[in-house]
Design a protein around this ligand. Structure first.
Ligand code: FEO
Length: 369
């Protein structure tokens, strides 16, 4: 395989992998593909930061080989043990006998996943020297696993999942990519991966801002340089729970009657909200609908009645609300039925059980066909 490393700063190289064809990241729709970023600090003794998904090990090895022989990589810093960042580590340690530097939580998780490793625990916030270079790893627990961490080297923050975007590109830097798309993917990533732990993410964000990195090099997506403050601001807005003047209408429809109600509902909602966004789950991915619940002021949910309950995709949407926990201020329901209702009642019961508050302004709409 002929793949080259990309120098992102003096002696620091991107040695990751692109999957342009991936459209599902454990169920999350990835319209722009996925990257598994890994970085090589090529000092006196090379240090690798993070692995890649196992299936992309050959690509990572090819890129490392364009800078140093893989067998010379005696140190790997692992910010997070999830399979997309650790899959290649057993192969790499097998080649070079590398020591794996990680927080104790990371070492524990890696050992559980791959068996005994030559692990060197690092303490959060305490500088350490590896391969003649100085690093500091900071715990960012539950952003989004217990072992997540970020590592600072010079003025570069290797942020792992934080500030990631599922966005595969031949160009590594933000400056060479469409930042509207990159920012939209960063928001989608936050909503679908980080949102359940918004409070922990807000805390991590404050610590990271204090580090004042010049470059943020995440483990997914483009390396942030000129536009890093835009992504930091996005996280600030999302973690703080700031809402847009926006309603989101999420619905499924059997014969088109609930889809008609969705349009009518949007017409009503536009009297109060400057933006109304529609997600028709017959054609739109759940992960896109969930993304816009991260900052909407009202959520309208519609389903026809299907044997006294909602259609399966609306039930799946409820499951997303249950797991990803968007803080939506108010909701309403709508739906059509033929010979027996029940969907609107079910929407209300489920939303109440999940802790959401019904709108005092907008009433539910139920219609026979
Ligand atoms: Fe990209 Fe939590 O792994």
């Amino acid at each position: 395989m002929s793949m080259k490393a990309v120098e992102i700063a003096e002696k620091v190289y991107w040695v990751g992998a692109n999957d342009y064809s991936c459209r599902s990241f454990h169920g999350y729709y990835t319209a722009h593909g996925v990257t598994y970023n890994s970085y090589l600090v090529a000092g006196d003794e090379p240090v690798l930061i993070d692995g890649v998904k196992k299936e992309f090990t050959a690509e990572q090895l090819a890129r490392i080989s364009s800078v140093v022989p893989p067998e010379s990589v005696k140190h790997i810093i692992c910010n997070h043990s999830e399979f997309d960042h650790s899959g290649s580590i057993p192969v790499l340690t097998g080649i070079s006998g590398a020591k794996v530097h990680a927080l104790p939580a990371g070492i524990k998780q890696l050992t559980a996943m791959y068996g005994p490793i030559d692990g060197a625990p690092v303490a959060s916030g305490k500088p350490y020297s590896v391969g003649g270079e100085n690093f500091t790893t900071y715990a960012t627990p539950m952003v989004h696993w217990p072992d997540n961490a970020v590592t600072m080297y010079r003025d570069i923050l290797f942020s792992n999942d934080a500030f990631g975007q599922h966005y595969a590109s031949a160009h590594v830097f933000d400056t060479h990519n469409d930042m509207r798309s990159v920012t939209a993917e960063a928001k989608k990533y936050y909503a679908n991966i980080v949102m359940p732990y918004a409070a922990q993410a807000a805390k991590a964000l404050e610590s990271i801002k204090a580090l004042n990195p010049a470059i943020i090099a995440p483990s997914h997506g483009v390396v942030l340089t000129r536009f890093k403050d835009e992504i930091l601001s996005l996280y600030e807005r999302l973690t703080s729970g700031t809402k847009e003047d926006k309603a989101v209408v999420v619905f499924d429809s059997m014969w088109g009657h609930t889809a008609e109600l969705a349009k009518e509902t949007g017409e009503t909602l536009k009297s109060r909200f400057s933006a109304v966004e529609y997600f028709d789950l017959r054609v739109d991915p759940l992960s896109d609908a969930v993304t816009e619940t991260a900052d909407c002021a009202l959520l309208a949910i519609g389903s026809p009645t299907h044997y006294l309950t909602v259609l399966p995709k609306i039930a799946a949407f409820f499951n997303e609300l249950k797991s990803l926990k968007p803080s939506v201020p108010e909701y309403m329901a709508f739906g059509s039925y033929g010979w027996g209702g029940g969907a609107v009642k079910e929407i209300n019961e489920t939303m109440n059980a999940l802790g959401y508050r019904h709108s005092e302004t907008f009433a539910d709409v139920t219609r026979v066909f």
